[in-house]
Design a protein around this ligand. Structure first.
Ligand code: NOJ
Length: 739
């Protein structure tokens, strides 16, 4: 039954805050609590859901798609519920809607905020055209553990890079104005420290000091809050014994009081009711009580708020003020999105999905996301005029679905151009391309097609292997303990390598794989992540040299799994290893000296370095760095200096370098990382060209949370490096003076 309509007092208002207050004043307790509930479309019958909306028992619905269905539900909310409050429709548009960009970790490898923003813009336009108002992205979880399947959704291990790219995504999703019809609200998730799940097991507990939380995990969230991200989502995790969804320290103290954030916070799926499973709340009532007290505004999927908040109020165990504040924040976002003024979606007002511009954005992002890890003897680019016979081998050469990666609810498999197709399109009659899948899937141990693959490779001039992981091996709840190439892929590589052919390995994967045992078997390695709809043309244009690789690693690559966590911005320790300070233990091992003299911090069987460091990536030319100079070797705590150097393209081709600036704060009230990325810029140079570069480094760029967990600039000595990765050795030092 439709409700008796009231005349909406907010209509007389123009200012958002006044509109919010006018509407709030008309709402019953039940209607307020209704706004705090988000219901999944897929778990309920349509009729039941419609009735909830009609009764004002849902503020949001997630996972309903396609304009007609969304508009019908919106019509019920707007025309049949008593107050006519529109729904906010949510969906995981993580790295594309129907046109898929590379997975977020691949996007992070571009180090290019413009491309990342453009990708999010395309995703927002496509999603908005189907009635979606809100995406649950960007995922800002700093991740140092590639076993964790959700590293695929992350922007890597570095707080600065993740901040820059996270902000770009927010800008892309939210557009110029949140109220534009093609803008969607973004969501900074998962607040916080979900990426620190113990041993990379998804949903596991997290132990982290407040200092590390503030200095490493929170910066991307703060950056996105400052950039106006409309919403936050809590993490599933139990952090130091207090699950994020009921964590008042995170939600009240940090987010609201310190950061003055005024968007709303949604839980993760069932994470309110999971407070019971965690052993934190004894029942649904306690789960609702603790979450509201902590500052959680909207509950996703479970119904503790709907079932219990009113009882808690009546019994004096919750405060109406908290409910009012939550509803204010939700209504504010709905007003800002323009939902009250324009609740319905007109698909015809949007460009068609998957159009040329959208595919072009996906292509450019995919090109820039690939990282060239190895290129011995200039194996790449392939010269088809000389290498006419090309054998394409591997389970991921021709599988559109798998190249999209995790979170591809709506991604169009049929739009994907695979590497095999792109190679055939590019070379046509000018090459003899043979293709053997060799393994039914990346996980397979079925070697029955190995002989055919070996035969194809034997007569080829060049072999291109497409290996890695299918989409299902990364993403939520898809963690792995062994992150080598799965199945019999290593064995296949070994067999092919015995032929002594020029062999290129292209890896499609949702995480860094451990390539320590593999990479020496091939001449070149291109890491393509899950590159999305246009992954095929992007990879092939790079392999053929139509484009040059630019990407740099957003995360360190371990050599073996036992090194994890291994990341560039670790602290020093009291006995750091150096290149000459350790010996590998082999079968002529001497007896261990019973003293700690001369001992340092490393693994006997893996040393102390990753296989590839953060920031690393080759291209088809090479660059040199020289003349690192500072405008001054001192600055005040309010000051800044210029850091300059000369970059030269030493090779025969044009190329683009991502120039990186790292610092070290030598002594601190808490020990500081051995290196921290502070700036980067993309520089394109033609063959032989040199250019001066300037970075402006402000003392405030060097601030951090000190021993008292206060944001501060500590005077003292600093190192600065500029180079092409986190191992850069061109170095100077400077000092921040005490005031
Ligand atoms: C659970 C995931 O953790 C979260 O990232 C996602 O947005 C929600 N489910 C909604 O699908």
């Amino acid at each position: 039954m439709s409700q008796e309509k009231v005349s909406p007092a907010w209509l007389a208002e123009t200012n958002t805050e006044h509109r919010v207050e006018a509407l709030l004043a008309e709402m019953s307790i039940a209607e307020k609590i209704g706004q705090m509930a988000q219901m999944p479309h897929e778990h309920h019958s349509n009729d039941w859901l419609k009735e909830q909306v009609r009764q004002g028992r849902a503020g949001s619905v997630l996972n309903i798609v396609y304009t007609a269905r969304v508009n019908e539900l919106q019509r019920i909310a707007v025309e049949e519920s008593r107050l006519g409050i529109p729904l906010i429709i949510g969906r995981d548009v993580i790295h594309g809607y129907q046109t898929m960009m590379p997975i977020p970790l691949g996007q992070a490898a571009t180090w290019n905020p413009d491309l990342v923003e453009r990708g999010a813009r395309v995703s927002a336009i496509e999603a908005a055209s189907d009635g979606i108002n809100w995406t649950f992205a960007p995922m800002l979880d700093i991740c140092r553990d590639p076993r964790w399947g959700r590293i695929a959704e992350s922007l890597g291990e570095d707080p600065y890079l993740a901040s820059v790219l996270g902000k770009a995504m927010v800008k892309g999703f939210q557009g110029k104005n949140l109220s534009d019809s093609d803008s969607i609200a973004a969501c900074a998730k998962h607040f916080a420290a979900y990426g620190y799940s113990e041993a990379g097991r998804d949903y596991a507990y997290v132990n982290i000091s407040e200092n590390e939380l503030r200095n490493v995990v929170l910066p991307p969230f703060k950056a996105c809050a400052d950039a106006g991200v409309a919403t936050f989502m809590t993490a599933f995790s139990d952090i130091n014994g207090v699950p994020a969804t009921a964590n008042d320290f995170l939600l009240r103290e940090i987010l609201r009081e310190e950061w003055k954030y005024d968007g709303f916070v949604v839980s993760d799926w069932d994470s309110v009711s999971q407070l019971i499973t965690h052993g934190f709340a004894e029942n649904e009532r306690a789960a609702a009580k603790y979450s509201l007290a902590a500052g959680l505004d909207m509950e996703m999927s479970s119904k503790a708020y709907l079932n219990e908040l009113e009882n808690l109020l009546v019994d004096g165990e919750s405060e109406l003020k908290w409910i009012d504040d939550a509803v204010r924040r939700i209504l504010r976002v709905k007003f800002e999105l323009g939902l009250f003024d324009r609740p319905y979606t007109n698909v015809k007002a949007f460009p068609v999905k998957g159009n040329k511009n959208h595919l072009q954005a996906a292509y450019e992002c995919a090109v820039a996301s690939c990282v060239l890890l190895k290129n011995d003897y200039q194996t790449l680019p392939i010269r088809p005029e000389k290498q006419k016979k090309i054998a394409v081998i591997g389970p991921l050469a021709d599988d559109g679905y798998e190249q999209m990666g995790t979170w591809t609810f709506d991604g169009k498999e049929e739009w994907c151009i695979t590497p095999l197709r792109a190679l055939r399109d590019a070379l046509g009659e000018n090459a003899e391309i043979s293709y053997v899948k060799a393994l039914p899937s990346s996980r397979s141990n079925d070697k029955s097609a190995f002989a055919e693959a070996i035969a194809a490779a034997r007569i080829a001039d060049t072999v291109i292997m497409f290996m890695g992981e299918e989409a299902i091996l990364s993403g939520e709840a898809h963690s792995r303990a062994d992150i080598d190439l799965p199945g019999a892929q290593n064995e296949l590589l070994e067999e092919i390598s015995k032929l002594g052919k020029s062999t290129v390995l292209v890896i499609l994967a949702g995480r860094p794989l451990t390539l320590g045992k593999t990479q020496h078997l091939v001449n070149a390695v291109l890491y393509a992540w899950h590159p999305g709809t246009m992954g095929g043309p992007a990879i092939i244009d790079l392999l053929l040299g139509k484009r040059s690789p630019v990407g740099k690693l957003p995360v360190s690559f371990p050599s073996v799994v036992g090194q994890i966590p291994i990341y560039y911005n670790h602290r020093m320790s009291g006995k750091p290893a150096t290149y000459d300070s350790f010996t590998f233990i082999d079968d002529i091992v001497p007896r261990a000296p019973q003293t700690s003299v001369g001992n340092t911090s490393f693994h006997l069987d893996a040393g102390f370095e990753p296989l590839y460091p953060f920031g690393y990536g080759l291209t088809y030319t090479h660059f040199s760095y020289s003349h690192l100079e500072l405008s001054s070797s001192e600055m005040s705590a309010e000051g800044e200096i210029e850091v300059k150097c000369i970059l030269t393209n030493e090779g025969q081709r044009e190329g683009t370098e991502i120039v990186q600036l790292y610092i070290r704060d030598r002594f601190g009230s808490v020990t500081r990382p051995v290196r921290e990325l502070k700036k980067f810029q993309h520089v394109q140079l033609s063959a032989g060209q040199s250019t001066p570069l300037v970075f402006r480094l402000k003392a405030e760029d060097l601030a951090f949370y000190n021993r008292q967990n206060k944001w501060s600039i500590e005077p003292g000595d600093f190192d600065v490096w500029i180079g092409g990765d986190s191992k850069a050795n061109l170095h100077q030092s400077f000092r921040i003076l005490a005031n």
